[in-house]
Design a protein around this ligand. Structure first.
Ligand SMILES: *Cc1c(COP(=O)(O)O)cnc(C)c1O
Length: 485
């Protein structure tokens, strides 16, 4: 790659008089735009020839790192490979060309895909029915909490204004509860990283709407006390909400519906393959157990005899039309290509891969919670505390070796948290390569700590000031000199 082009903006490549386009001859005569509607000065746009523009953006696209470039072990944010067949299905003109307001008789195939995915998710999770309308995991949480609120209201039980959220929960859980107008009550974790039942008991009462749980939780641990928790929570009249953003360790192993959960969401863009980043694309379907179906939002796809209909006559509403259809198609394709047989391998393989990495590295990285994990686990920085190499340094150094960094400094329970999730799709060779690099970095932290502390060295831009970038992002280009040459 041409290093001179690195970091340059298209404005900086501008050369007065260069043109990157050629328009066909105007065959439609001259139309004068009224001067009151015309700008008085030329817009300050870059002037570049076509090849400069193409090369500029092509080179920039090469700076992206995605699942198609390399291993992406972000914990709590399952990022899997995206089989090309998913893209082919999502791009079929018969699907991609649909209009959301088309009469239902003319799009029965698309409605069938929606209905079948609702059914497949229900079967995989042990729920009675699903809505595919929410556009993200957090949006699913909000939808689920709205359903819970509607349920309590339908029984004239309107004292329930609080939601219990474990201290290890993903940040969207308390945020969604707050957006839904509910108060958040925190329940503590035990030293083993599980919800503390003794801390939970005094919190339960007739003002609690629900508890939001993630299982395996965000430490990658299976919440063993769920049967008791479900009994206590239901006993006080509240409902059990399950955050199934990363459902892959459960697929084929067990179902939230069988554990006593009433309402849940799944992230199609994590568990069912659509790659995501920078805010999308997403889809956060919400499932409910038997008896709560009527609170699912409109519009909802239902099957009558052999055709499909959209039911708009419902209480809740969380988005126009029937969700993020491209993501829905990818998820449905993914589920069909795995089939009933192979879907059962997803959970065990995700769990095996995570445990393998954990066991191979725990002599050099600090493992705060021993024992079997599920799809992900947390290290608390390097084991050797005599160096001042931090989790941030290790994460930056990984980039030099061509790996994406894991999730760092989350969950907040550990100061140097490093949360690793390999997913079920990675080969043993890839995983071994990752382990080897993390061992190398641990060695470098002892022998050449400065190299680790000043990493990355092989990326276009080295360390940035994260705080400055987050607090004062510079998002527009200001032309400093009026370049006239
Ligand atoms: C990613 C995630 C969410 C939120 O999903 P978004 O689609 O990013 O809104 C919620 N809970 C958990 C555990 C997650 O990993």
């Amino acid at each position: 790659m041409n290093s001179k082009l690195y970091g340059k903006l298209i404005f900086e490549l501008s050369h007065a008089g260069s043109k990157g386009y050629s328009l066909p001859k105007n065959n439609f005569g001259h139309h004068e735009i009224p001067s009151s509607m015309r700008r008085q000065e030329d817009a300050q746009l870059p002037e570049c020839d076509e090849l400069t523009v193409v090369r500029h953006y092509t080179n920039h696209s090469g700076n992206n790192f995605g699942v198609n470039n390399g291993f992406y072990p972000l914990g709590s944010c399952t990022m899997k490979y995206n089989p090309c067949i998913n893209e082919e299905m999502a791009n079929l003109p018969q699907f991609a060309g649909l209009h959301p307001l088309q009469p239902v008789e003319t799009c029965q195939g698309a409605l069938e895909v929606e209905y079948n995915l609702q059914q497949s998710l229900a079967e995989l999770t042990g729920m009675a029915d699903f809505t595919l309308n929410p556009f993200a995991g957090a949006h699913g949480e909000l939808t689920g909490l709205m359903i819970i609120r509607s349920y309590h209201q339908s029984r004239n039980d309107d004292k329930r204004i609080k939601v219990i959220v474990p201290d290890s929960a993903h940040g969207t859980n308390p945020a969604s509860a707050a957006v839904c107008g509910l108060e958040i009550v925190e329940v503590k974790s035990t030293a083993e990283g599980l919800v503390d039942v003794e801390d939970l008991k005094p919190l339960l009462g007739d003002d609690i709407a629900a508890i939001m749980m993630t299982n395996p939780n965000t430490l990658g641990l299976f919440e063993k006390e769920i049967p008791e928790i479900a009994e206590l929570v239901h006993g006080c009249g509240a409902l059990m909400y399950y955050d199934g953003a990363n459902l892959n360790p459960m697929l084929g192993a067990c179902r939230p519906g069988d554990m006593g959960f009433d309402v849940m969401h799944v992230n199609l863009h994590k568990t069912f393959s659509t790659p995501h980043g920078g805010g999308g694309p997403g889809s956060g379907p919400v499932g409910v157990r038997k008896g709560l179906e009527q609170f699912l939002p409109a519009p909802h796809v239902v099957k009558e005899n052999d055709s499909f209909r959209v039911d708009n006559d419902r209480f809740n509403h969380v988005g126009a039309y029937l969700g993020n259809f491209g993501v829905i198609l990818r998820a449905y394709t993914y589920i069909l290509s795995l089939g009933k047989e192979y879907v059962k391998l997803v959970g065990p393989l995700a769990t095996l891969n995570a445990n393998y990495i954990k066991e191979c590295l725990k002599d050099v990285y600090e493992l705060p919670i021993e024992g079997l994990c599920k799809h992900e686990f947390v290290f608390d920085g390097l084991k050797d505390k005599s160096t001042d190499v931090t989790t941030m340094d290790v994460a930056k150094r990984l980039l030099d070796y061509g790996f994406h960094a894991p999730t760092i400094y989350f969950p907040l329970l550990f100061h140097q948290a490093m949360m690793i999730e390999p997913t079920e799709n990675e080969s043993k060779q890839t995983i071994d390569g990752f382990i080897e690099v993390l061992r190398t970095i641990a060695e470098e932290a002892k022998t050449t700590p400065d190299v680790v502390k000043s990493a990355p060295h092989n990326t276009p831009i080295s360390r940035v000031d994260d705080v400055l970038a987050a607090k004062h992002p510079i998002l527009t280009y200001k032309q400093l000199v009026n370049d006239k040459d």
